[in-house]
Design a protein around this ligand. Structure first.
Ligand code: AMP
Ligand code: GLY
Length: 423
């Protein structure tokens, strides 16, 4: 098979790595890819949201399967454009991906179909939104309806914060069109986890639970980032709880989408809050998590190429996924200053040492090659994944590996995985 992977981050490097393990692969392309993905795929410079160019490339290069990584590409309709050409795609159509790109749509579906989530109200008028906040009181959560690069949810501990968030989003339009509509939500307490399920719109196969570390500083302090590290399996969610999440959340959501005429194929990402009243949905995403993908795929025993193809054909066998009885930890090394401002173009040293380490995989998030030298090219640079027999050993191994690489202003959290050990 010829495969085209859409995207350029750590998640897409992981997908490329996983797909490349299959003996079904003839040729892989990545649009636009990154230096890590270039080890397995030919990188072509096409914008991940340029649906027409991607579909035309897939057709002219006899691509059999297009695997879409990022939310923006799904919301732009890459899957629809590719399928129109008669080519298979892993990922939901634009209509099915609305579960991520409109929080109002997702919340409405959950309320109508009895899927546990925080109580909420939706507003397009700022005065009405302000009045609702005053009536509900704090803490309360204000969310832009549309995609906002993971920054669209503001947890407000005071009324002033909430009113300012509404003013910023609805009047100041800090998130552009994504903030024309806002969702105001009840504040939930509890620990969060990321639960993924592969689905062809009918069969749903939950993956082992994972946890991300969203904040930039140790102890989950400071501003939110794309994710600073992850591990799997997350002991917070045992088998019984995963089964409950499957029955109460995953199955009804996929069924709910189907009854609304939206067959959902790909991966459903459930952001779950383990509240005192049980698991509730914080949000849905229509893609893999980054860096959660970096700990899932190294533990997956099944051939992901076969799974992705079966999903794209609506033929996913109802057989539980197979996992190595091991644990994985991913530590993201970033540029100091991220998620604010940071410098780029710093030479990265030690990649050869890292690549020689058994049970360690460096997934490139944002690197570039300048004059033959690998350099930093963004905020999150490399996700260093290590696999071991148990979680504590995988954490130790990941940090040992992180110690092998260096660049100017390297920053990483030193406590990835610690929150799992208390369970
Ligand atoms: P979201 O973009 O909806 O995933 O929200 C980003 C983050 O904000 C989540 O990971 C939570 O930490 C926090 N958050 C979102 N909604 C709520 C809520 N209803 N109650 C408490 N925290 C929330
Ligand atoms: N790691 C969180 C996300 O991918 O949205």
């Amino acid at each position: 098979m010829n495969i085209l992977i859409v995207g350029k981050g750590g998640r897409e490097h992981t997908l490329t790595w996983a797909l490349s393990q299959s003996d079904r692969i003839k040729k892989m392309y990545a649009a636009p890819g990154n230096p890590g993905m270039a080890q397995y795929a030919e990188c072509v410079s096409i914008d991940p949201e340029d649906t027409g160019a991607l579909a035309a490339f897939a057709e002219s290069h006899h691509v059999d399967l297009v695997v879409v990584g990022p939310d923006g590409a799904l919301a732009a309709g890459v899957v629809d454009a590719v399928e129109e050409k008669g080519i298979r795609a892993f990922g939901p159509t634009k209509a099915a991906a609305e579960i991520e790109w409109s929080k109002a749509f997702a919340k409405q579906l959950m309320i109508e179909d009895g899927i546990p989530t925080a109580a909420f109200s939706t507003f397009t008028d700022v005065d009405a939104a302000n009045a609702y906040v005053r009536q509900q009181g704090v803490p309360i959560v204000v969310k832009a309806d549309g995609l906002a690069a993971g920054k669209g949810a503001i947890v407000c501990m005071t009324e002033n914060e909430a009113l300012k968030a509404l003013d910023d989003i609805m009047v100041g339009t800090v998130f552009g069109e994504a903030g024309q509509c806002v969702v105001i939500e009840e504040f939930m307490t509890g620990e969060e986890a990321s639960v993924f399920a592969l689905t062809d719109g009918e069969v749903t196969l939950p993956m082992i639970p994972t946890q991300d570390h969203k904040q930039i500083y140790e102890g989950d302090k400071g501003p939110n980032t794309g994710g600073m590290g992850a591990y799997a399996p997350a002991p917070l969610i045992d088998e019984e709880m995963l089964d409950r999440i499957h029955k109460q959340i995953i199955i009804p959501t996929i069924r709910g989408l189907k009854t609304r005429g939206r067959i959902y194929r790909g991966v459903l990402y459930c952001g779950i809050m383990m509240t005192p009243d049980g698991p509730k949905v914080v949000e849905f995403n229509s893609r893999f998590g980054d860096p959660e993908a970096q700990v899932l795929f190294p533990l997956l025993e099944d051939d992901f190429t076969e799974l992705a193809l079966a999903i794209s054909e609506g033929n996913l066998p109802n057989i539980p996924l197979k996992w190595q009885q091991k644990a994985a930890t991913c530590v993201v090394v970033a540029s100091k200053g991220y998620p604010g401002t940071y410098e780029k173009g710093k030479p990265i040293f030690g990649m050869d040492r890292l690549e020689a380490m058994p049970d360690v995989i460096p997934f490139h998030a944002d690197t570039a090659v300048r004059d033959g030298q690998l350099v930093t090219n963004g905020g999150r640079i490399i996700g260093v994944t290590a696999i071991a027999d148990d979680l504590p050993s995988s954490i130790d191994r990941a940090y040992e590996a992180v110690g092998a690489i260096s660049f100017d202003n390297l920053y990483c959290r030193r406590d990835i995985g610690q929150k799992a050990l208390k369970h």
